[in-house]
Every structure is written in structure tokens, then in C-alpha cells.
Design a protein around this ligand. Structure first.
Ligand code: ADP
Ligand code: MG
Length: 327
């Protein structure tokens, strides 16, 4: 298994001559929280169904915990907890009763079931709602209960399909942090799909960007950012104070440009909202700060500009879309 809990090789799913998942290669390591990020129709749910053995690949291979879900779906189901987009509960039963029902289905003895259900209800933060009928639960509470249900069988892997859909922003953050905390505490590998960037950015160790059935980029935020902006200039954002300097009718950015011109690797200064963006070929922070100060200006701060997942996703998303259709 070489440390990979999930391993997909050239995984492809076609519906007729429409390719929903196109030669997907992906490996997720034990204990990792992996975010499958992509717009609607990208093929996220189809991929998840193949991971669970709920739909058969057209070609390529899937291994989950070293097991092939195509030939051995039952073994995979024992190890993997799955939270679908729409979790179903008996709405006329309480949260506690619903979990007890599942616990008994999973062949836990009465005493064992009670202990485990109580502890999980506590862990997902539903103690106060345990005696309420789930028909009265909010979407966020249902997802928490779903998470508790998934954890009942002590899975090695949890797969969640759009777990945050329809939850308010604060609920989303809480739910995702809960997922990550539970995964860390129990060493569980997590794969979840989402089309919300911010959420994925906050909690995932690694992200795969999925567009039109293809994984167009994969890695942690730094790797993705580096890949996207390869060859683009370094941008250093400088907060400069010109008090006490006679600019002699030149604009501040021109004054800065003049002072920095002699530095090897310096490209240009562009004015920002209330700072200046200094473009250079490499990270010249040290020499730039020294030069500005020596020239008599005040330096309030100097930051290397980091790109957020938003920018990365949009760049890739546009790239993926413009690469032609798949058929
Ligand atoms: P996502 O979960 O990323 O929104 P899906 O995996 O649900 O995407 O769908 C990927 C594409 O495959 C979509 O264009 C969808 O319409 C198509 N698709 C999904 N399931 C089927 C099916 N059973 N038959 C035909 N097309 C399907
Ligand atoms: Mg989906």
C-alpha cells in the first residue's frame, strides 16, 4: 500500500460517450485531509462513488486501504465511512435514537452501543439536541449527526461529499474544524469534496482542483501557488512613509523607482491602494528595505505577496475550461 490509503490510477468513468472522470491519478496518504475542489459537474461525486464501489469505473484502477472496491466492495465499506450529500435520518426519531439504530445495525451490543453513541454525540457537539427529533435539526446539526454516525464504525477513512452545502458560514467553519479535529485525534484519513474555496483552504493538508473530469492541479497551497506563478515576478508589498522627503513634484512611485533602479533583479514599482508593489526577479526584500531607509524614507512594512486559493482556483478554472471539451 506504500503509505497511500487512497490510490487512483488512470481512473475513468464514461456515461455513453460522455466522460465524467477522465484519467484521474491521485494518491492520499494515511492521516491526510484531502480536499477535492471543483465546480458543479466536475466529476467529484462520480469519483467518490467509484471509491466506494457504488459505481464501476470504465477503466483504470481504484484502491482504498489497499482493497479494490470493484471486486471487494464489502471490505471497503467496512473501513470507509461515507457521508453523502443528502444524509438520511428518521425524522420522527431523536438524534440519539437514530444513532442507536445504526449502532445496533453495526452489531454493537446494547451497552457498547449506548456508551459509543453517548460519547460520539458529545464529540460532535450535539449533547443538548440529543433528545430532539431530527426533523427539527438544522442542516448543520444533521451533518454533525451524520459525522457521528459515520464514526460509529470506527472507520480508517471518511469520505464526505459536499458536507457544507446549505450550512451558514459559521456553521461551515465549525463543521470543518470538527472534521479535522476528529481526523487528527483518531488518525483518520479524510477526503471531502467542495466547491467552496475558502473552506478547503482553511482545513485541508492538500487540495486537488478538479474541472471537467480532470484533475488539473494538486498539492498544498504553496505548491499550487508556486506552480501557477512560475516565471511571474516576485511581488514585494512595501508600506512607505515619505514624511520629511522633498519629492520635488515627482510621484512617490517614481521617486522609489529612481532609488531602486540600480538593484540587480529589480523590475518596477507599481502603486497599490495604500502601499507600493515592487516587482523583482528574486526575493530582494533585504536590499530593498535597506535602500529605501538609506534614501531617507520611512518603511512601515515589507511583505512578500502571497496568493490565495481563490486566485489559484480561478486561474486554473479558466485554464481548465479553455482547454476544450472532453468527448
Ligand atoms: P460533481 O459532483 O462534481 O458536481 P458529478 O460527478 O455529479 O459532478 O457529475 C459529473 C458529470 O457527470 C456531470 O456532467 C453529470 O451530469 C454527469 N453524470 C453523473 N452521473 C451520471 C449518470 N448516472 N448518467 C449520466 N451522466 C451522469
Ligand atoms: Mg456532487
Amino acid at each position: 500500500m506504500n503509505g497511500n490509503i487512497i490510490e487512483l490510477v488512470d481512473l475513468t468513468k464514461k456515461y455513453g460517450d460522455f466522460t465524467a472522470v477522465d484519467s484521474l491519478n491521485l494518491a492520499v496518504k494515511k492521516g491526510e485531509v484531502f480536499g477535492l475542489l471543483g465546480p458543479n459537474g466536475a466529476g467529484k461525486s462520480t469519483t467518490i462513488l467509484m471509491l466506494l464501489g457504488l459505481t464501476e469505473p470504465t477503466s483504470g484502477s481504484v484502491r482504498v486501504c489497499g482493497i479494490d472496491p470493484v471486486t471487494n466492495p464489502i471490505e471497503v465499506k467496512k473501513r470507509v465511512g461515507y457521508l453523502p450529500e443528502d444524509v438520511g435520518f428518521y425524522f420522527n426519531l431523536t438524534g440519539w435514537e437514530n444513532l442507536m439504530f445504526t449502532a445496533r445495525l453495526n452489531s454493537l451490543s446494547g451497552k457498547e452501543a449506548v456508551a459509543k453513541v453517548n460519547s460520539l454525540i458529545e464529540r460532535v457537539g450535539l449533547r443538548d439536541a440529543a433528545e430532539k427529533k431530527t426533523g427539527q435539526y438544522s442542516r448543520g446539526m444533521i451533518q454533525r449527526l451524520g459525522l457521528a454516525e459515520v464514526l460509529l464504525k470506527s472507520p480508517e477513512v471518511i469520505i464526505l461529499d459536499e458536507p457544507t452545502l446549505g450550512i451558514d458560514p459559521t456553521g461551515v467553519v465549525e463543521l470543518l474544524q470538527l472534521i479535522v479535529r476528529l481526523s487528527r485525534e483518531d488518525g483518520i484519513t479524510v477526503l471531502f469534496s467542495s466547491h467552496y474555496l475558502h473552506q478547503v483552504q482553511q482545513v485541508c493538508d492538500r487540495v486537488g482542483i478538479f474541472v471537467d473530469g480532470r484533475l488539473i492541479a494538486e498539492g498544498n497551497l504553496k505548491q499550487l501557488s508556486g506552480k501557477l506563478y512560475e516565471g511571474a515576478p516576485y511581488i514585494i508589498e512595501a508600506g512607505v512613509n515619505f514624511d520629511g522627503i522633498d519629492l520635488k513634484n515627482t510621484r512617490p512611485e517614481e521617486w522609489l523607482q529612481e532609488k531602486l533602479r540600480g538593484i540587480e533583479g529589480f523590475i518596477a514599482v507599481k502603486p497599490g491602494a495604500d502601499s507600493y508593489n515592487i516587482e523583482c526577479q528574486t526575493d530582494l526584500s533585504a536590499v530593498i528595505s535597506k535602500t529605501i531607509v538609506m534614501a531617507g524614507a520611512g518603511l512601515n512594512y515589507l511583505n512578500k505577496k502571497e496568493y490565495g486559493l481563490d486566485e489559484i482556483y480561478n486561474r486554473y478554472f479558466e485554464g481548465g475550461r479553455s482547454n476544450g471539451r472532453r468527448h
